[in-house]
Design a protein. Structure first.
Length: 83
């Protein structure tokens, strides 16, 4: 193998890994937004509140495995506040 072959393989591999990371992050965002839509139940102010909570939890570096539980608890807290 000459250097051009190695270069092509390296570029293709790096590009594939970068695409997979991008796609993985994008799917995580879609999942979070889908959860927020479900928890908001069509209420636009609750949707905005949950988006704000998601940003806060992300800035606080909440572990991914507890993020959905925290959003669900925030949704319950929001409904009890409004009643």
């Amino acid at each position: 193998m000459d250097m051009l072959d190695v270069f092509i393989i390296a570029v293709a591999t790096i590009t594939a890994i970068a695409f997979k990371v991008f796609l993985y992050k994008r799917i995580q965002k879609w999942m979070d937004q889908d959860l927020i839509k479900g928890l908001a139940e069509g209420n636009s102010s609750k949707h905005a509140y949950l988006n704000h909570e998601l940003q806060r939890l992300t800035l606080d570096k909440t572990p991914r495995r507890t993020l959905h539980e925290a959003l669900t608890e925030s949704a319950k807290h929001y409904t009890s506040k409004k009643e």
